[in-house]
Write a protein that binds this ligand. Structure first.
Ligand SMILES: NC(=O)c1ccc[n+]([C@@H]2O[C@H](COP(=O)([O-])OP(=O)(O)OC[C@H]3O[C@@H](n4cnc5c(N)ncnc54)[C@H](OP(=O)(O)O)[C@@H]3O)[C@@H](O)[C@H]2O)c1
Length: 245
């Protein structure tokens, strides 16, 4: 007689936000090639995730909730890969990171905070409640080492540094609240290292160790999958080492 097998645990779904970016797309590719179920959302998806549209987060969260119900699986990873360092503002003006306080501009600062901190805060509000109340699950937000205050020896990049520092505080705070709902849940900020994407390309210096997005995605997934609940609330790099606040 064949031994009865316990039902296999539902493998779970990963949500990737910012799926059209260099790292977001590489993470979606890495997970789907492992056979995992991924919900990928970004500005070009349906529904669209666009932090400039306050209603878009609630709409995306409803979509994710419906998809999870249809799949009958829990949400086990949320990977937030959105970010802004340079590019066009909503009004079309070009923005580059500041080299000096003389270049500080309220519109650029506002956009940096919107994409790097306020948008992810709305992800915390609308998406973290979709995580299960029992069992291991991970919410990982891509930050940047330059958001570390104690590591800042060079100055410059005011808006990016400050908005990533704000993200770090928001995620650390959310980790405390998440832990009250589920002691096995993990919520972290991650530094992905320097990766060859649109975001980093104008600043690539010779001698700097720049990795391809697929290499960085594999490293990040290894870190995400190795994190323990005791590491929740922390700031970790692509090797799983702590980054100072
Ligand atoms: N590349 C590096 O060397 C490096 C180093 C340190 C930290 N990081 C961090 O890693 C993350 C990923 O960066 P990346 O290198 O992949 O950059 P990227 O290719 O420029 O991607 C930018 C990301 O931001 C999202 N985004 C931009 N504007 C948005 C908006 N209005 N609403 C919602 N999402 C918006 C894009 O999503 P869609 O295109 O899907 O809409 C995309 O996922 C960022 O947080 C970045 O700060 C990168």
């Amino acid at each position: 007689m064949q031994a009865l097998q316990p039902p296999a645990a539902a493998p779970g779904v990963t949500l990737v936000l910012g799926a059209g970016g260099g790292l977001g797309a590489a993470l979606v590719q890495a997970l789907t090639s492992r056979g995992e179920t991924v919900i990928a959302l970004g500005r070009q998806t349906q529904p669209a995730l666009d932090y400039r549209d306050a209603a878009s987060l609630a709409c995306c969260a409803r979509h994710v909730s419906d998809q999870l119900a249809q799949l009958g699986q829990p949400l086990v990873r949320v990977l937030v890969t959105t970010g802004f360092l340079h590019g066009r503002l909503p009004g079309g003006e070009a923005a580059m990171p500041e080299r000096s306080w003389e270049q500080l501009d309220a519109a650029v600062l506002g956009h940096s905070f919107l994409i790097n901190a306020i948008g992810p805060a709305m992800v915390i509000k609308h998406v973290l409640p979709l995580l299960p109340r029992h069992g291991r699950c991970v919410a990982a937000f891509l930050s940047a080492r330059v958001g570390s205050v104690s590591d800042n020896q060079l100055g410059g990049w005011y808006g990016y540094r400050a908005s990533k520092a704000a993200l770090n505080q928001l995620v650390h705070t959310a980790a405390i609240e998440l832990n009250r709902r589920n002691h096995s849940a993990i919520c972290v900020v991650l530094h992905p290292g320097t990766v060859d994407t649109d975001l980093s390309r104008p600043f690539a210096k010779t001698g700097l160790k720049v990795r391809a997005p697929d290499v960085a995605a594999a490293e990040l997934l290894a870190v995400v999958d190795g994190l323990t609940p005791a590491q929740s609330g922390g700031f970790w790099d692509q090797h799983g080492a702590p980054v100072p606040w």
